[in-house]
Design a protein around this ligand. Sequence first.
Ligand code: DGI
Ligand code: FE
Ligand code: FE
Length: 203
Amino acid sequence: MNQKKAKILELQNAMQQTLSGKRFLHSVSVAYTAASMGMVYHYAEIDNVIIAGLLHDCAKQLGDDIILEQCRQLTLHVSDVEERNPFLLHGKLGAYLAEAEYKITDEDILSSIKYHTTGRPSMTLLEKLIFLADYIEPYRNQKTSPSLDQIREIAFRDIDLAMCLALENTLRYLRESDTEIDTQTQDTYDFYSNLLQSKGEHT
Ligand code: DGI
Ligand code: FE
Ligand code: FE
């Protein structure tokens, strides 16, 4: 077995120990959903997709209070919105842990973990694969997204349109549930919405 495959098995075992059963299955599911999308978009580094998927929620198990405390201790930047909604920090802390604890050095893997909740403008293909797989993986339910089945299908043929629709649904859900919106989530939506308009694909 090559080194990357050995690393994947090691990380899968580590996540099984660290995460709840439900979150572990979600993470495996994100890994292989992202890999399936990766094949459609001819992404060459499939091992990196699996690694990012397995690790993307590695910090979430810690819970809000510890996530916030650890970010402060590590002097990671915490915005006012993140301070009020510490769950938004699990990607940032997750990227830190991926590097420090799980010895991941690839910058693209680390940023796909860091930005998996809010996204960011102009995302790399790997970042989009993880963001969308997190949204559409088979165990994800329809609660936040009435058009999940439609986005599942679109994710495999027009990745930027799927980004736009997923973010649009998330923003609508946050507005309807009166939940604070991070400017990063809005900025990501604006970016993909503008991109589609410039390509002539209005949503
Ligand atoms: O960790 P997961 O549940 O697998 O997935 P995730 O990290 O993508 O988190 C999804 C949740 O994040 C979803 O309920 C919407 C929420 N979210 C995304 N952007 C924002 C946000 N929540 C707030 N408060 N503000 C945001 O801008
Ligand atoms: Fe997450
Ligand atoms: Fe997730």
